[in-house]
Design a protein around this ligand. Structure first.
Ligand code: MEV
Length: 337
């Protein structure tokens, strides 16, 4: 039986969430939390998916659902099922898929994109097909379109390629190889949110206030040019200031809230270079850029109110994992960090 495991990282958006949906440039980074998908060819001509973290499992024949536990698992796993169905065209083939992840869900860190990318790669890999990143991205977008509303593609692209990237919808992706960042903190608001809901909220804002949205888009376009120059020049102080400005623009389009604003304020008062919401907004994580000398004190002060994780850029995007024991070690090491 062919068995293949792929993993893919989480992501943060340094600049440009939501604006990227409307064609602006975003800068995003893969980070050191990963999801894993193991796909195994089976003799039974069914597709089964099990999510360890969510405690869901479902099995389908080509005619339909044959088993799920607990109820509604098949509905929640449907986006992953659609990706597999798009790849496995031969009705005689069977596939069993297991998913596990270190990435907090529903919090703007690209958990669904990461799982979808690893899943598409593992499925292609088990069938003995070429695992081309561009194909993996196309298949992963099937799930992303079901989960989010009008995904720009930034999430699947950054997690598939790894590193820090510049992304423009329809205009491709470039890795910014020479950019390095000081310490990065992930601060959790504790508020659940859905990216799709936030994307719809921005769509309504744009519809109701087209000239205001256009004005903010122009401001963002100036900001991102400067941010890219500051990143390339290694000017972390300016990068931090521009992150805060980006947060203010996101607040103007309606995706921040008092909790996220006060998290950004607290990070800055504690000595961070910059902070902003990341991903869809409305909850989830705030990212904060901090110099090494103040990292511990900023962490302590944020940790009094919020869960804080330190993270770093993951140069690896999608990668094939050699064997099960290694995945478990990698994932344990990342958790222990
Ligand atoms: C989500 O990580 C980023 C958003 O801009 C949505 C998207 O680009 O698909 C909010």
């Amino acid at each position: 039986m062919e068995q293949v495991t792929y993993s893919s990282p989480a992501k943060i958006i340094l600049f440009g969430e939501h604006f990227v949906v409307y064609g602006a440039k975003a800068i995003s980074s893969a980070i050191n939390l990963r999801s894993f998908v193991r796909a195994t060819r089976t003799y039974r001509p069914t597709i089964s998916i099990r999510s360890r973290n969510l405690g869901l499992s479902a099995e389908w024949t080509h005619e339909g659902l044959v088993h799920e536990s607990p109820r509604n698992s098949s509905r929640r796993l449907a986006p992953l099922h659609e990706v597999i169905k798009a790849i496995v065209r031969d009705r005689r083939l069977g596939l069993s898929v297991e998913v596990w992840s270190d990435i907090p869900r529903g919090s703007g860190l690209g958990s669904s994109a990461s799982v979808s990318v690893a899943l598409a790669a593992a499925t292609l890999g088990t069938l003995g097909a070429d695992v081309k990143v561009s194909d993996v991205i196309d298949y992963a977008m099937i799930a992303e379109r079901m989960i989010h509303s009008r995904p720009s593609g930034v999430d699947v692209n950054v997690v598939a390629h790894g590193g820090i990237v510049r992304y423009v919808r329809g205009g491709g992706i470039d890795r910014l190889e020479d950019v390095s960042l000081p310490s990065l903190l992930l601060v959790h608001s504790g508020l659940p949110r859905k990216t799709g809901v936030m994307v719809e909220r921005v769509a309504r804002f744009k519809e109701q206030k087209p000239s205001k949205f256009a004005e903010l888009m122009v401001m963002y376009e100036g900001l991102i040019e400067e941010a890219e120059r500051a990143l390339v020049a290694g000017d972390s102080k300016r990068v931090g200031e521009l992150m805060v400005e980006n947060h203010h623009l996101l607040r103007e389009i309606g995706v921040s809230n008092p909790t996220l604003d006060s998290m950004v304020k607290l990070a800055l008062e504690s000595g961070a270079l910059g902070a902003k919401l990341t991903g869809g907004g409305g909850g989830g994580f705030v990212i904060s850029l901090v110099n090494e000398e103040v990292r511990d004190s900023v962490m302590r002060s944020l940790a009094k109110k919020y869960r804080v994780l330190e993270t770093s850029v993951s140069k690896d995007g999608l990668r094939r994992e050699p064997d099960q024991s290694r995945h478990d070690r990698t994932s344990r090491a990342l958790r222990e960090g």
